[in-house]
Design a protein around this ligand. Structure first.
Ligand code: SAH
Ligand code: DHB
Ligand code: MG
Length: 227
């Protein structure tokens, strides 16, 4: 048994039981490491929470902002209802190429639609037929978190879930501003959420293998659909 309160070791304990890895997930992590990408994917138990969220609402249209090597994308894809699709947006051509290989080897080429380029442009260019999404996971450049959130709501159906990673960043989000654009971007999102009538939103801290961070979770309210 694990004694003491080391969050990373407890994460290992939890993930071993409830979010074990497999060939496709290992492939995503190994491919990212081999390509020199940072290990900033969600933790396994966080990935599984994304899968559960998708399953709970029978999501068929899922949008992700920030693919990296596709680790979180695999979890989202596993939560899809039959016939569902994930659209995932990634800026870096190098990351996109690695992720495409991961999806191909996982047999998910027809399920995951990766669009390479700045997410803001991809979102603004998204034709009406793509909307409305059932679930959006935002995990890209934190400075633009509010812009992504706003577009996510516009592209979502009433009742859709919007989940944002890295809401706490070691507490910097609640500390006096230091000029850190990521912390400032997340703070800007939280401030805007407080007065956003389109959604009900909350934020939760997380600790574990990814340090001290958090998620924003929001549901798009019915009135937003009428805008
Ligand atoms: N969701 C992934 C981790 C994403 S890391 C997982 O959990 O497995 C953040 C990713 O966002 C990086 O790959 C980075 O290249 C990408 N990114 C950064 N700025 C972006 C932008 N403007 N548009 C799209 N993607 C961006
Ligand atoms: C960073 C990005 C992430 O999405 C994350 O979960 C952790 C760290 C980063 O850019 O440093
Ligand atoms: Mg993240």
């Amino acid at each position: 048994m694990i004694s003491g309160a080391d969050p990373a070791r407890i994460d290992a304990f939890l993930c071993e039981r409830l979010a074990p890895s497999d060939a496709a997930l290992d492939d995503a992590l190994r491919s990212a490491a081999e390509a020199g990408m940072p290990a900033i994917n969600v933790a396994p138990n966080q990935g599984k929470l994304l899968m559960i969220a998708a399953m709970a609402i029978s999501a068929r249209r899922v949008l992700e902002v920030g693919t990296l090597a596709g680790y979180s994308t695999l979890w989202l894809a596993r939560g899809l209802a039959p016939g569902g699709r994930v659209v995932t947006l990634e800026l870096e051509a190098r990351h996109a190429a690695v992720a495409r290989g991961v999806f191909e080897r996982a047999g998910l080429r027809g399920v995951i639609d990766l669009r390479q380029g700045p997410a803001l442009e991809s979102l603004r260019a998204m034709p009406g037929v793509e909307a409305p999404f059932d679930l959006v996971f935002i995990d890209a450049d934190k400075a633009l978190a509010l812009e992504y959130f706003d577009l996510a709501v516009l592209l979502s159906r009433p009742g859709a879930l919007v989940i944002v990673d890295n809401a706490v960043r070691g507490g910097s989000v609640a500390a006096p501003p230091t000029g850190d654009a990521s912390a400032a971007g997340m703070r800007r999102l939280l401030d805007a959420l407080a007065g956003d009538p389109r959604v009900a939103a909350t934020a939760l801290q997380t600790v574990g293998s990814k340090g001290h961070d958090g998620f924003v979770a929001a549901v798009v309210l019915p009135a937003a659909g009428a805008r």
